[in-house]
Write a protein that binds this ligand. Structure first.
Ligand code: MG
Length: 256
């Protein structure tokens, strides 16, 4: 199902987006070497409560996870890339942390993710991979708009990631957003321009390139949720929720 937002729905989406982007920035400011992943979840819970927001994750129980998720944020470290279930782990120097966060405010969802390196040293290959997902995200957003098709976004993302030397897994990618977190259309991180659904004003999309350093194969952790690289290599993920408007594309989840 495709949901198209009213002007009022777009106002709610902007509120949700500002909160999600701001929370990612706030958590990034707080995280340091010695922070436990469970603390990050606790901080996110407090921020959700103080904003009157509703977590999209805590009761989430899709077919691909061992639901319900039970936590309010995904914390994926090093070889973990998607759906990282927060657990008792203390961050170490040089860890690569991805945070993925979604809430609903006034009935509308926003969803965003960011990757960064905790402490030091910063491995240049990690930074290069993070930068590639950010460049791919910008390219995907630039390819979206009221006349574009889903395939235009996919091809733009895939072109950047492949040119940077990464293989692209198209099983998990972007998605429509609205009153619930995961809606049609699916937005694979590679594809062909000119194909797929034509975008229209009022459509909300979560666009989310992610890569693994030397593979495109995933394995599921024993926790039933966390997806890791099959080779144990490091990974990165960047995501914004955007609104398709009459004039173009509006990024709803600004974060650094
Ligand atoms: Mg997300």
């Amino acid at each position: 199902m495709i949901e198209v937002l009213s002007a009022r729905g777009l106002m709610a989406a902007r509120l949700a987006g500002r909160f999600v982007g701001g929370t990612l920035d706030e958590l990034r400011r707080r995280v340091r070497v010695g922070t436990n992943l469970l603390e990050i979840d606790e901080w996110a819970r407090e921020l959700i409560a103080s904003a009157g927001a509703v977590s999209c994750y805590v009761d989430y129980a899709p077919p691909f996870g061992r639901g319900p998720f039970g936590k309010v944020i995904c914390t994926s470290v090093n070889d973990a890339v998607l759906h990282g279930l927060p657990h008792d782990y203390t961050l170490q120097d040089g860890d690569l942390l991805s945070l993925d966060f979604a809430v609903s405010i006034d009935g509308c969802v926003a969803d965003a993710a960011t990757s960064f390196i905790v402490g030091d040293p910063v491995d240049p290959a990690d930074q290069r991979m993070i930068d590639a997902t950010r460049t791919a995200l910008a390219a995907g957003i630039a390819a979206a708009g009221p006349k574009a098709r889903v395939g235009d976004i996919s091809e733009a993302i895939g072109t950047v990631l492949r040119a940077a030397g990464y293989r692209v897994n198209t099983d998990f990618g972007g998605h429509g957003v609205g009153s619930t977190m995961h809606q049609d259309p699916h937005i694979p991180n590679d594809g062909r321009a000119g194909r797929g659904l034509r975008l229209q004003p009022g459509l909300l999309l979560a666009i989310e390139p992610w890569v693994m350093r030397d593979t495109d194969r995933l394995v599921t952790d024993d926790d039933g949720w966390t997806l890791r690289s099959a080779t144990g290599c490091r990974t990165a993920h960047s995501e914004h929720t955007v609104a398709i408007t009459d004039r173009g594309v509006e990024i709803l989840t600004p974060h650094s």
